[in-house]
Design a protein. Sequence first.
Length: 191
Amino acid sequence: MKSPFYFIVKPLGGKRYDNIRKYGDNEFIISSSQEDHTATNRFAVVVSTPSYYNGEIKKGDLLIVHHNVFRKYYDMKGVEKFGPSYFCDDLYIIGEDQYFLYSRGKSWKAPGECCFIKPLDSDSNTLFNHNGENHALKPLMGEVRYGNQTLSKLGVKEGDTVSFQPGSEYEFSIDGETLYRMYNRNICVKI
């Protein structure tokens, strides 16, 4: 099975949601809402690449995908529906704008115009200010964790400290790290 324009993927482990965490010997459900985007599975296995595609991604590679790819939702009448990426059985169809990293088992690579930034811990001893804002992290600053070819050509490489636009922090948990996915255009300054 091959699509002329789309990747065909399936959720890693066959699960739409990643809502169970193990603490000690016990498993806990951290969210019971299928509409909670923070609990959706964001890991997909490539079943087939598009016919036109001649890039690095191959069948069997692991992708980090958008939170809506595997998610179900309720329509205006309260009827449960599959998302628009659903194809059949355990298969989903996604475009190149719906995945952000890929891996063949060793390291992650960012294709296209996305990069991943690791937030920096704050130097402050105070976690919250008088407005109740969290200051455990430096605002609008981070370290490039997964860059891309475009950033590299512009002199911004993995490990560099950068400043980014407010509101561009789209949070992912990858290999136990909290990272922000953003577009190249969201990077303002290399520090």
